[in-house]
Design a protein around this ligand. Structure first.
Ligand SMILES: Cc1cc2nc3c(=O)[nH]c(=O)nc-3n(C[C@H](O)[C@H](O)[C@H](O)COP(=O)(O)O)c2cc1C
Length: 228
């Protein structure tokens, strides 16, 4: 039976968009003869035993789905650490399929494809993983907010999640038919959100939000602690 391992690279763990997106794919393929398992990377890095458990799971898997958020245009530290562990242990990964799925806060998926996806590609080439394809989800934070507030699953959110579910179903279909996927940039919002004027408005609103947050925490917006 084909073994699929989901590695969740979000520090948010179970309540993350990364978990929900990954679980949706696992739930879709499991009834079709795939053996699925998942590990939250944050938990697996907490001890040497847990790291060994993750390494063993990677070793046993035929397909590795790695879901993670974008942090500062890059992979979160825990994902980088995992990639380093895999590299340092010189794991034999030839023949295993690798599917990175990343989501970010901003609506543009090219935030993800500019740097983070090429890093995954370089990693896959370096350690011998087969590139299955990748999915860059712009605006993934929106799903986290909606799911947290409503307690609903991705496929219960209605129209707003249609494009995301379509992309995830395509990944599941490719897995089921043993074909490779593509490298997809997913825009989940209507086109007008990606116009120059909307970008300005969103940036302006975000700046207000961040300034408020800084004030609330009693911090200083223009602090430069390392400049002295
Ligand atoms: C430390 C940090 C850095 C982030 N950096 C970016 C970024 O560079 N670009 C972006 O679009 N979103 C960024 N985000 C937003 C996350 O990518 C976004 O909230 C994502 O939906 C979280 O996914 P998760 O629920 O799977 O963890 C950042 C969030 C945090 C906490």
């Amino acid at each position: 039976m084909t073994k699929v391992l989901l590695l969740v690279g979000s520090p948010r763990g179970r309540i993350s968009t990364s978990t929900n997106v990954g679980n949706y794919i696992l739930d879709t393929i499991r009834p079709n003869g795939f053996e699925t398992s998942s590990l939250i990377i944050r938990n697996q890095l907490s001890s040497e035993d847990k790291i060994s458990e993750m390494v063993k799971a990677i070793d046993l898997a035929d397909i590795i789905i790695l879901t993670a958020p974008l942090f500062d245009d890059c992979q979160p530290y825990i994902v980088i650490k995992t990639m380093e562990i895999i590299f340092e242990k010189k794991m034999q990964l030839e023949g295993k399929k690798f599917i990175p799925i990343m989501n970010c806060g901003f609506p543009e998926p090219n935030q993800i494809t500019a740097v983070a996806i090429p890093i995954y590609r370089k990693f896959a080439e370096t350690v011998g993983l087969d590139w299955f394809g990748s999915l860059a989800i712009g605006g993934g934070q929106m799903f986290h907010n909606m799911q947290k507030d409503s307690g609903k699953k991705l496929d219960e959110l209605g129209k707003v999640a249609n494009l995301l579910l379509e992309a995830l179903n395509q990944i599941s279909d490719a897995l089921l038919s043993n074909e490779n996927y593509q490298d997809i940039e997913l825009k989940i919002l209507p086109d007008f959100w990606y116009t120059r004027i909307m970008k300005r408005i969103v940036t302006w609103m975000n700046n207000i939000g961040w300034k408020r947050m800084v004030e609330k925490k009693g911090a200083q917006m223009d602090a430069k602690p390392y400049s002295q």
